[in-house]
Design a protein around this ligand. Structure first.
Ligand code: PLP
Length: 371
C-alpha cells in the first residue's frame, strides 16, 4: 500500500516538471523592467497570439492579474459587476475596492452564470446620482460551482450585451485550459468574448509561479503600471516565464486526464451515505461534496481522511473540496474514494462519531482554501 500523500486540496500544489526546471536554467534572460527579457517577451507574445489579443503581461499571480485588470479598466468609483461567489470578489482580499477603488455590485449566478436579464438590469443608466458601470467580470471555469464551464454562447451573449452598453468584460480564466480540454474551443474564440483575459500558469499547468493577462495594447500598458504599484514588476523573470512556455507543450495536454479523474472521483461518491455531490455535474477538475451526515461534519472528515493519507479541504462545516491535477493519479483517486467509503461505513448515521485524533487538529478554510 502506498504511503504517499494524495493531495486533493488544490491544483496549486502542483510542482514544476523536470522539463520546466531544465528550461528555467537554460532560459535566456534580461531585465524585464527594462523590457529586455527575451523569455518573458516570448511568453507574452505566445499567449497574446494564442488568445487573439494584441498584447500580454506576465504577472506573479492570478490575483495580481485580476486586480491589475480591474484597475486598468475602471476609474475609482465606477462599479464592477461580478457574480457573488467569484474569486475576484470573495478571495482577493477586497482588492477590487483597495486596488481598483471600485464600487462592487454582486449578482447571484447559477453555475457561475449571471442571468442575462439580471445583468442587463444591473447596468446603470447614465445618471449623476449613480455609479457608472465600469466592468463585468466572469470566471472560466467557475471555481465555486465546482469547476463549471461557462458555455460559449453565454459568454458571447454577455459580450454582445456589454458592447451594447459600452462596458468592458474581464474573464478570470484561471482554469480556462480545463474548460478548453473539454470543449475543444480555440483560445482565440474565448479571447473574442472579452476585452481582457487572465490565465493561471501555476494551477493545473504546474508552473511554480505566474499568470498571464491579455488585452489590447493600451489596456496592457495600464495594467503594467498597476503591476508596478503592486510590486509585481520583476527583473530576470524569464527564469519563471520559461515554465509557461514548457507548459503549453507538456502539461496543457495532461489537463483532460485531470478532468476525467475528477469525474471518476465524483462517480465513486455516488451512493455513499453521509455525503453527496454539491454540484450538478463534474465539468472539469473540481468536486464539492456536501456533508449530510448527522454526526460528522466537514472538518471531521477532512481530519479523518488526512489520517488516511488523503488531503482535501473543508470549507465551513458542510462542504468538502477535492481538486484533481497532474500530481494525483488513478490510484490516488481510488484511494480517496475508498477512504471516504471506509470512514462513512465505520460511522453509520445515527451512531455518535468517534472524536478526531488529537494529532489531527480540525481545520477549516485555511489560506489555501481560496485557491
Ligand atoms: C478562479 C481563480 N481566480 C484567481 C485565482 C488567484 O490566483 P493566485 O492564487 O495565483 O493569486 C484563483 C486561485 O487562487 C482562482 O481559483
Amino acid at each position: 500500500m502506498s504511503h504517499r500523500v494524495a493531495d486533493f486540496r488544490s491544483d496549486t500544489v502542483t510542482l514544476p516538471t523536470q522539463r520546466m526546471l531544465e528550461a528555467m536554467v537554460a532560459a535566456p534572460v534580461g531585465d524585464d523592467v527594462f523590457r529586455d527579457d527575451p523569455t518573458v517577451q516570448r511568453l507574452e507574445r505566445r499567449f497574446a497570439d494564442l488568445f487573439g489579443k494584441e498584447a500580454a503581461l506576465f504577472v506573479p499571480s492570478g490575483t495580481m492579474a485580476n486586480q491589475a485588470a480591474a484597475a486598468a479598466h475602471v476609474v475609482p468609483g465606477e462599479e464592477v459587476v461580478v457574480e457573488s461567489s467569484a474569486h475576484v470578489f470573495l478571495y482577493e482580499g477586497g482588492g477590487l475596492a483597495r486596488v481598483a477603488g471600485a464600487h462592487v455590485r454582486t449578482l447571484e449566478g447559477e453555475n457561475g452564470r449571471i442571468p442575462l436579464g439580471a445583468l442587463q438590469r444591473a447596468i446603470r443608466p447614465v445618471s449623476e446620482h449613480m455609479p457608472r458601470t465600469g466592468l463585468i467580470c466572469l470566471e472560466q471555469t467557475h471555481l465555486f460551482s465546482g469547476g463549471a464551464i461557462l458555455p460559449l454562447d453565454y459568454l458571447q451573449a454577455v459580450r454582445e450585451l456589454a458592447l451594447h452598453y459600452g462596458v468592458p468584460v474581464h474573464l478570470d480564466g484561471a482554469r480556462i485550459f480545463n474548460a478548453m480540454a473539454e470543449t475543444g474551443i480555440d483560445p482565440a474564440v474565448y479571447g473574442a468574448t472579452c476585452d481582457s483575459v487572465m490565465v493561471s500558469l501555476s494551477k493545473g499547468l504546474s508552473c511554480p509561479v505566474g499568470s498571464v493577462l491579455m488585452g489590447d495594447g493600451a489596456f496592457v500598458e495600464r495594467a503594467r503600471r498597476v503591476r508596478k504599484w503592486l510590486g509585481g514588476a520583476m527583473r530576470q523573470a524569464g527564469h519563471l516565464a520559461a515554465c509557461g512556455l514548457v507548459a503549453l507543450e507538456e502539461t496543457v495536454p495532461m489537463i483532460k486526464e485531470d478532468n476525467a479523474r475528477c469525474r471518476r472521483l465524483g462517480g465513486s461518491v455516488l451512493g455513499l451515505e453521509g455525503v453527496r455531490m454539491a454540484q450538478s455535474n463534474v465539468d472539469t477538475n473540481v468536486l464539492f461534496l456536501e456533508v449530510t451526515h448527522p454526526e460528522l461534519d466537514a472538518p471531521m472528515i477532512e481530519a479523518a481522511l488526512r489520517d488516511r493519507g488523503v488531503l482535501c479541504l473543508a470549507l465551513g462545516e458542510r462542504l468538502l473540496r477535492f481538486v484533481t491535477h497532474r500530481m494525483v493519479d488513478d490510484e490516488d483517486v481510488e484511494r480517496a474514494g475508498r477512504a471516504l467509503q471506509e470512514l462513512l461505513d465505520a460511522n453509520p448515521p445515527g451512531v455518535p462519531a468517534a472524536p478526531p485524533s488529537p494529532e489531527s487538529p480540525e481545520s477549516t478554510d485555511p489560506e489555501g482554501a481560496r485557491s
